[in-house]
Design a protein around this ligand. Structure first.
Ligand SMILES: NC(=O)c1ccc[n+]([C@@H]2O[C@H](COP(=O)([O-])OP(=O)(O)OC[C@H]3O[C@@H](n4cnc5c(N)ncnc54)[C@H](OP(=O)(O)O)[C@@H]3O)[C@@H](O)[C@H]2O)c1
Length: 266
């Protein structure tokens, strides 16, 4: 028997943050291919417009650009206002937008670090607070939180980023428990190193670890939605994230420090 499509299970409208590149663009393409109307949030209007044209040409679903900076205090309010004006109800929320900055904590510009915390943590919780109630009333919907394997291990020289992703992991996993029986599925996704624009933004040079594609991450996520509370993308990342639980924290930190130091040259 053919299993129900995502649209049959959840509704017709998805909101994807960080849709202008990488994993968010891949989520938008995949959800549009399933017939969703995708509200695509990011700062770069030109990128969203290009994705809108691409999806239009493919003939499945549609994409509506929502140009907003989610690191700003009024970012989530602006998204909510936009969605209200369209009259659409968000059935699938993908909290994906995120940035990270490598380096000794005090050397990264303070505004960048605080903006990252706003984007990676505050916006994720606030977006969910705004759109979860409607899903619960309709007794169907989905919330996806994009965390990281880096949220499962201490990461020297990536300390604030690693903490934001641990926040996302605990937020998403706890919310999953909270939503059992409500008709709303909550999934936390843990990508490892994935080929996107993230590395350049973070200041990462070459890295000799297996890369996954944004499409791999999205396939892992959409394949696990409604079945699991968390999914780690890729066997190597599963080995890292799950294996880390059996290593004493002090040893894990020492190992992580050696790897980060070698890769980053600190
Ligand atoms: N790539 C990896 O190796 C990796 C590994 C683990 C987890 N992750 C997580 O995956 C998620 C997606 O990252 P990615 O790898 O796809 O990186 P990416 O290609 O750099 O995409 C990041 C997205 O976030 C958006 N964004 C950044 N700042 C924003 C802001 N202030 N307001 C609104 N949108 C903003 C960007 O759009 P604009 O610049 O247009 O605003 C872009 O669409 C992040 O949460 C990241 O932490 C990535």
């Amino acid at each position: 028997m053919r299993s129900a499509s995502l649209k049959d299970r959840y509704g017709a409208v998805a909101l994807v943050t960080g849709a202008s590149s990488g994993i968010g663009a891949a989520f938008s393409r995949a959800l549009a291919a399933e017939g969703f109307t995708v509200l695509a949030v990011a700062r770069r209007a030109d990128r969203l417009a290009a994705l809108e044209s691409e999806i239009k040409k493919d003939g499945n679903g549609s994409l509506i650009p929502v140009v907003v900076d989610l690191s700003r205090d009024d970012g989530v309010d602006a998204v909510v206002r936009f969605v209200q004006e369209t009259g659409l109800a968000v059935d699938v929320l993908v909290n994906n937008a995120g940035v990270g900055f490598l380096g000794p904590l005090e050397t990264v510009e303070r505004d960048k670090t605080i903006g990252m915390i706003n984007l990676n943590c505050r916006a994720v919780v606030d977006m969910t607070i705004r759109f979860l109630p409607g899903m619960k009333v309709r007794r169907r919907g989905a919330v996806i939180v994009v965390s990281s394997v880096v949220g499962t291990v201490p990461a020297p020289w990536f300390s604030a980023y690693s903490a934001t992703k641990a926040f996302d992991l605990y937020f998403g996993e706890s919310l999953h428990g909270e939503c059992v029986g409500t008709g709303v599925d909550v999934l936390t996704v843990l990508p490892g190193l994935t080929e996107t624009e993230f590395q350049a933004g973070a200041g990462l040079r070459d890295y000799h670890s297996p890369y996954r594609s944004a499409q791999h991450v999205v396939e892992s996520a959409l394949g696990s939605l409604g079945k699991k509370s968390i999914v780690v993308d890729g066997w190597f990342n599963k080995f890292l994230a799950h294996g880390a639980r059996f290593i004493p924290r002090g040893l894990l930190l020492a190992l992580s420090r050696i790897v980060m130091r070698k890769e980053l040259g600190y």
